[in-house]
Ligand binder design. Structure first.
Ligand code: ADP
Ligand code: MG
Length: 682
């Protein structure tokens, strides 16, 4: 052929600025594209050879990346099918005409994986090069080697050249802003990132050895990739060790994974991969080691949002699918139907694999449960389908360290822990040490207590209540034991309203100030050997506050003080003693005051009842006001008497402090006073 000059066939005036700026946000991916093309060319020739369409020697089929800092060039060479002048005209000069698509259509089911999709990858070279040269010799018999050259304008030139070896060299004359791509270390890093698992050996630089006190190049070529990564093999050919070492290859310095799932689908889309359940040490420390997405063994990205279901962001490993477009935006990915199907498939597969592991080796599954439950609970909370599947292999752990499935547990507790309304009450603790005395009381009563101390448990409990019919979760310290599971109507202690009011003020006055806390005094007839005073926290309010702590939108609940119930056990001998002496010494002096108060109240009522149309004359109004003031004064007097009496009754303070202490609410000077008082009471 003679030298040919021409215009690259683009419909728009000049596509290069577009490619340079917008096509790929990351300049570095030009290397991925060029190496992918070289791999494609190699795979194509192998395919042709296996079909007998190429009869020559394949020879050494590798791809080489060479940097020449002096010449300012970066070269990607292959020994693949090469290109004739017509091929270049067709595949390179006609932008956006993808040769890969055409080839695939022809050899659909047998083509070794072809990476290229869009027919634009080659031009990404212009993101970093001021000039690009192609030197190529086609595999076709009698082909003439050809050299193509373009400086980034739509003009190119093409002429015959003297290349002897079959295949293609792509030579990039790196521009001034991108000099870093002339550094072997930079290229090594990029190849490690994008080409680590490519199916054809990729060579760049030389192996090094320690010589004369420094690292020196040997003359052995350095292969940077593993050509048959674990996920491309059959599960039956792999051992546990293979999976583990693959995991460590992906994420160096991590502990062994807990489980893995080998994915392998070819209909209705193609997908392979291995997902690992990592041992998560602290919270969601998962941001660093994420699932990597590959397209025919070419690394695409590790931001897989949208491709895998949200909750699986906690997993690690590799997903490889030629159906996931290589170079498109995230929003496109999320609306892509293939991608949606993939996500649904992965969910199903993960659920069925978990169920299988659970069924096959329950002991092992139980051992790992504490580590995987965060993942499963998160999945159940965020994915309806996964939730339904996971109801079968979700475990509950009780304070004895025994594990139950949801069904097993329900059977275990339903006889003993069903309340008067037919709800099965699941008792739980969020802190077995802090709530020890409550757990103790519950176990003595024959109840079982679950440990729900995970980060997601407060949400998870709500989910279980909605999923399990007639179930209620109650924290073990949210009421006194007899009332936790009410089997008949709640019984409060019987006493006159006067006595109740007197004792109520007596105890309320003696509660020390506890920051951001509020106490409501009530009286119950518990067993005589139960504690004299108990503090419980309302389940509903506590949950609201817990949720508020996690969700900034619910700050209203977060602002509320903690509200506790201070329950006085009227059957306790100490309380009996206190109430008897109050009855004897305090009640007589309160009686006349009470009488006056009630007389005043009656008078007020009488006046108000006599009012016409509910409106009082002004003299009556004044009378009511005077009576009310008098009542308030009497009340203050009563309070004072009760207070005086109370401060001479160290047992009141002592029983309250004991209850506070059991809940970790007694601190600072109050704690100090308690100790002093205890000593003096001895
Ligand atoms: P795609 O890979 O998506 O087809 P590219 O722009 O990367 O698009 O490449 C366009 C075409 O150029 C390829 O389909 C292929 O036919 C041809 N080509 C590119 N690089 C090579 C190569 N190293 N060897 C042979 N053909 C190549
Ligand atoms: Mg390509």
């Amino acid at each position: 052929m003679s030298t040919q000059k021409g215009k690259i066939g683009v419909t728009t005036e000049n596509i290069f600025p577009v490619i340079k700026k917008f096509l790929y946000s990351d300049h570095e991916i030009f290397l991925r594209e060029l190496v992918s093309n070289a791999i494609d060319a190699t795979q194509k020739l192998k395919t042709l050879s296996s079909f007998g369409e190429f009869k020559g020697e394949l020879g050494e089929m590798n791809v080489k990346v060479t940097v020449d800092e002096k010449a300012g060039t970066l070269t990607v060479s292959d020994h693949g099918i090469g290109m004739t002048a017509e091929d270049i005209e067709k595949y390179i000069n006609q932008i956006a005409f993808s040769g890969a698509e055409e080839f695939l259509a022809k050899y659909k089911d047998n083509a070794n994986a072809i990476i290229g999709h869009f027919g634009l990858g080659f031009y990404s070279a212009f993101m970093v090069a001021k000039k690009v040269e192609i030197r190529s010799l086609s595999y076709k018999e009698g082909s003439e080697a050809v050299k193509w050259e373009c400086d980034g304008s739509p003009e190119y030139s093409m002429e015959p050249t003297d290349k002897k070896e079959r295949g293609t060299d792509i030579i990039l004359y790196i521009d001034d802003e991108n000099k870093k791509f002339l550094q072997q270390s930079e290229i090594d890093m990029l190849l490690k990132k994008y080409c680590r698992f490519l199916p054809v050996p990729v060579i760049s630089g030389k192996e090094q050895e320690w010589k004369d006190g420094k690292m020196t190049d040997t003359d052995k070529d350095k292969v940077i990739n593993i050509t048959e990564p674990t996920w491309t093999k059959k599960p039956s050919e792999l051992t546990e060790e293979d999976y583990k070492s693959f995991y460590h290859e992906l994420y160096p310095g991590q502990e062994d994974p807990l489980f893995w799932i080998h994915l392998n689908v070819d209909y209705p889309f193609t997908l392979t991969g291995v997902l690992f359940f990592p041992k998560i040490k602290n919270n969601f420390e998962i941001t660093k080691n994420r699932i990597q997405l590959y397209c025919n063994q070419v690394y695409v990205t590790d931001s897989v949002e949208g491709v895998v279901p949200d909750f699986m962001m906690l997993l690690q490993g590799v997903i490889d699918s030629p159906d996931i477009p290589l170079n498109v935006s995230r929003s496109y990915l999320q609306s892509d139907t293939a991608v949606k199907k993939i996500s649904g498939y992965i969910t199903k597969k993960v659920a069925s694999r978990l169920e299988e592991i659970f069924k096959n080796d329950r002991a092992d599954y139980e051992k790992k449960w504490d580590d995987i439950r965060i993942f499963i609970e998160y999945g159940m909370l965020t994915d309806e389908k996964f939730c339904d599947a996971a109801m079968k292999f979700t475990l509950l752990k009780d304070t004895e360290g025994k594990y139950y499935t949801l069904d097993e547990y329900r059977t275990l507790i339903s006889t003993n822990q069903t309340d008067k309304d037919g709800n099965v009450v699941y008792l739980y603790t969020t802190d077995p040490i802090a709530q020890y005395s409550y757990i103790q009381a519950a176990t003595e009563k024959g109840y079982d207590v679950l440990v729900m101390d995970g980060q997601l448990d407060s949400h998870f409990i709500g989910l279980l209540e909605s999923k399990i019919e007639k179930s209620r979760f109650v924290r073990v310290d949210s009421d006194v034991i007899d009332n936790l599971i009410l089997k008949s109507e709640r019984k409060t202690a019987e006493m006159s309203s006067e006595t109740r009011e007197m004792l109520s003020s007596l105890f309320r006055n003696q509660i020390p100030k506890v920051e951001k806390s509020e106490f409501i005094v009530s009286f119950e007839s518990l067993s005589s050997d139960s504690n004299p005073v108990l503090i419980t926290q309302n389940e509903y309010m506590r949950r609201m506050k817990d949720m508020a702590a996690m969700q900034p939108g619910m700050s209203f609940y977060g602002e509320l003080p903690d509200s506790y119930n201070l329950i006085v056990n009227m059957e306790s001998p100490v309380i009996k003693k206190i109430s008897e002496s109050a009855e004897k010494e305090l009640a007589p002096s309160l009686a006349p005051l009470n009488k006056e108060i009630s007389e005043n109240n009656n008078k007020i009522k009488e006046i108000r009842d006599g009012a016409k149309d509910g409106k009082l004359e002004s003299d009556k109004e004044a009378e009511v006001k005077a009576l009310e003031d008098a009542t308030a004064a009497k009340r203050a007097e009563e309070e004072k008497l009760i207070n005086e009496f109370g401060s001479n009754q160290p047992l009141v303070k002592q029983t309250i402090d004991l209850a506070l202490l059991a809940n970790g609410l007694l601190k600072g000077s109050e704690l100090n006073d308690f100790i002093k008082r205890s000593v003096s009471l001895l």
